[in-house]
Design a protein around this ligand. Structure first.
Ligand SMILES: [Mg+2]
Length: 349
């Protein structure tokens, strides 16, 4: 490597105040000691628990080899902040462990720019890290804080609760098909007919997801359960229902799929016949990477959603209910959905 490990860190990643400074993270919680010592020191607000999550992104597996350095840096951080959002926790700091085959200064500058563009937007300091030589991968560990009684968990959903999601679903699935040049033949014409703006939107949703941190904080004390949509709505909903089952036996859900929040790019596909509708639903239901929040609400809380959506400038949609009957009952305008979706979702219960 042209630069040694320490040179790399300093040049591209050591840009936060290193000691005794309130970096502006979260609610003004100081990073007592940041990058540069053997470990960082964080002060948590009294009475709050530390929320910790970590995710590794491997080149070719978690992002296409064609992804830009900027997008890789952004996404490595975004997926971790999304997990903090799903817990209703406030991010306080992140660490980055970087494995690189070589030290390409332009590539590292791009990675750093993507990472810090999101970190700065969310006020999250980088408080430590590591670099090693090897196949490209990034591991981010995100640290947040939340009063334990207010943490959003997966295990609190109850029969009758509303099932809600933020933003729109399926755009990342379309984006991945575009990025891999793997648009299914049945919708190839419809996708080709999309505007450049619609295609760019889908690719941006794949490469630069928005962690829903403000929503996670706003759902404290309101949502009965929450998680982020990383593996596809149906699979993730299955995880939430399984966690919430408790001693009362398995839970299920009835979804009214016409209420799925979809971007104009996705709904444009529905106009291209049955194949288009099925692909639209497959991307929205069975492909991950949207990083929206999936959450459940007691029925009485539904009336609070419009004001919350307005305040956050983020669409919030209720798409169904938790049921005592196990399994997923999927309806499209009242009709039982009869399409094959990948993922074996019917087998989770
Ligand atoms: Mg998650």
């Amino acid at each position: 490597m042209a630069l040694d490990e320490f040179g790399l860190i300093r040049r591209y990643f050591q840009r936060v105040p290193s000691a005794g400074t309130d970096t502006g993270a979260g609610a003004g919680v100081p990073v007592r000691l940041g990058i540069g010592d053997d470990a960082a020191l964080l002060d948590l607000p009294p009475g709050e628990s530390l929320a910790v999550t970590t995710d590794t992104l491997v080149a070719g597996r978690h992002f296409p080899l064609t992804a830009t350095a900027f997008d890789i840096g952004w996404k490595a951080l975004a997926v971790n902040l999304s997990d903090l959002a799903a817990m209703g926790s406030r991010p306080q700091g992140v660490t980055l462990a970087l494995t690189l085959p070589e030290a390409d200064p332009d590539w590292l500058a791009g990675l750093s720019a993507g990472f810090f563009t999101l970190a700065d937007a969310e006020g999250v300091p980088l408080i430590g890290g590591d670099t090693t030589r090897g196949p490209l991968s990034l591991t981010v560990t995100a640290l947040g804080s939340v009063p334990p009684a207010l943490a959003l968990r997966r295990d609190g959903a109850r029969p009758g609760d509303l099932i809600c999601v933020s933003g729109t679903l399926g755009d990342a699935g379309l984006g991945l098909a575009l990025a891999l040049d793997a648009v299914p033949a049945g919708v190839a014409n419809a996708v080709t007919g999309l505007s450049a703006a619609a295609r760019d939107h889908a690719l941006a949703r794949l490469h630069r997801p928005s962690p829903r941190l403000a929503l996670g904080l706003a759902l404290r004390g309101i949502a009965t359960a929450a998680m982020d949509v990383s593996d596809g709505l149906l699979q993730d909903l299955g995880h939430l229902l399984a966690a919430s089952a408790g001693t009362g036996g398995p839970l299920g859900a009835r979804l009214q799929l016409e209420h799925l929040p979809l971007s104009s790019a996705l709904t444009a596909l529905a106009g291209s016949g049955d194949a288009g509708r099925e692909q639209m639903l497959a991307w929205a239901l069975a492909v991950g990477d949207d990083y929206e929040l999936l959450f459940t609400l007691p029925p009485a809380a539904e009336k609070r959603l419009p004001a919350l959506a307005d305040a956050l400038a983020l669409p919030l949609a209720c798409i169904g209910r938790v049921t005592e009957a196990p399994g997923l009952d999927l309806r499209w305008h009242g009709q039982v959905l009869d399409v094959a979706l990948p993922g074996g979702y019917r087998h989770f219960s």
